[in-house]
Design a binder for this molecule. Structure first.
Ligand code: SF4
Length: 393
């Protein structure tokens, strides 16, 4: 497809998006009063009441604070889960000023269950930075946004384009897949050259009449129609521009990551229980960098090859629980996260009441949670799969 302009494809995409978009709580206009379904014709608009007079930022079409919070929550977490968290968050911290005033403990509590807690700490630091450096108004420029803690290329592009309708590119997994198929690209953006190609494409699309709708339309198309398996080309507004479709070879794009890049992690996931059946508690763990699964609230995982090594690793990680009865459960959970492929056998560790150091500190990252809360607080696929596999036995 010809780069630059992209008049016809971007028009087809935005018309499709306007008719098919999901109603999501963060997709409301800047006043919070309704859906953003139309562009601002001409990329940005100036506004006396919403814009920042000092930096001449354009008036936002959508609340930049809400856009930012939703984009950070959506990293590694499914839309359905984020919706509830987002609503509760906005009720508690409705704007950047209220967030900046909050204690870290309040912010972590509101984030509890979303995992990757460094994101929660970063949003608090960024809110305070926005108050201190920008008088409480989000900047709209990509460079200024990139100077804020925890905001990378993708989030900066999302805030600049979705909230301010600036012609800034965004590129996430959904958009990579759409571009790979549209252009018949048989490589991924994981080399310098590949990255440049994909970002150039993203830039071409964003330089349209309505960057916000185009960028969001690309994301939505990847999420709803141009899905990883069995893309629903019959519903796609871009079939006549799509090389993969013309070749009848959609599944070839994008190429799978080469197997040699994948790291196999074999081991055990431990579900440690204590307490009577009606108020059982389960031990969960949030690894820290540079551990694998850093930031993810999950069951403790030990990458060891047999039960004997597991018992040793367990005692060394949790000496206070060394007396746990560790018993294998049937079944295995397999799951891929980025380039790691997990193959985990399931193990149960029963800690008799009286052996539990109720008041003593647990090692950092470990916490007991009521079993009844797990469906709510486990938001990532791997721990959810483990929990489901255990519950089904
Ligand atoms: S025509 Fe099919 S493969 Fe091409 S972009 Fe649309 S859904 Fe994806």
């Amino acid at each position: 497809m010809k780069a630059g302009g992209l008049g016809e494809p971007s028009r087809a995409l935005t018309e499709w998006f306007a008719a098919n978009r999901r109603e999501l709580p963060w997709r409301v206009d800047a006043a919070g009063s309704g859906s953003v379904t139309e562009g601002t014709q001409g990329v940005v608009r100036e506004g006396p009441s919403m814009g920042n007079p000092e930096s001449a930022d354009p008036a936002p079409r959508r609340d930049p604070y809400g856009t930012w919070i939703s984009e950070i929550m959506l990293q590694q977490t499914q839309v359905a889960t984020v919706m509830d968290y987002y609503r509760r968050w906005m009720a508690r911290f409705p704007d950047v000023a209220s967030l900046a005033r909050a204690e870290e403990s309040e912010v972590l509590e509101a984030w509890a269950g979303l995992g990757y807690y460094s994101r929660a700490r970063n949003v608090l630091a960024t809110a305070r930075q926005v108050m201190a450096d920008f008088g409480g108004r989000f900047p709209s420029g990509r460079d200024e946004l990139l100077g804020l803690k925890g905001i990378g290329e993708y989030t900066a592009g999302a805030i600049a384009s979705l909230a301010f309708n600036r012609p800034e590119p965004i590129l996430d997994g959904n958009i990579v897949r759409v571009f790979s198929r549209l252009e018949g690209l048989d490589f991924l953006p994981d080399t310098k050259e590949g990255k440049r190609t994909y970002w150039d494409l993203a830039r071409s699309w964003a330089e349209s009449r309505d960057p916000a709708l185009v960028n969001e339309g690309l994301m939505e198309l990847g999420a709803l129609v141009c899905t990883p398996r069995n893309p629903d080309c019959a519903r796609c507004p871009l079939t006549r521009f799509c090389r993969a479709y013309a070749m009848g070879d959609q599944d070839r794009f994008p190429p799978a990551r080469s197997r040699k890049d994948a790291v196999e992690v074999a081991g055990y996931a431990v579900a440690a229980f204590t307490g009577a059946l009606e108020d059982r508690k389960v031990l969960l763990y949030t690894p820290k960098k540079p551990e694998r699964l850093a930031g993810l609230l999950t069951f403790p995982v030990f990458a060891v090859s047999d039960l004997r090594s597991l018992r040793e690793a367990w005692k060394s990680a949790l000496p206070a629980l060394a007396g746990a009865a560790i018993r294998p459960r049937t079944g295995m959970v397999t799951h891929s996260i980025t380039h790691h492929r997990y193959r985990l056998r399931l193990v149960e560790a029963i800690i008799e009441e009286g052996c539990l150091p109720e008041d003593g500190p647990m090692p950092e990252g470990y916490a007991w949670e009521p079993a009844g809360d797990l469906d709510r607080i486990l938001v990532s696929s791997l721990p959810r799969k483990i929990w489901k596999a255990l519950a089904g036995q």
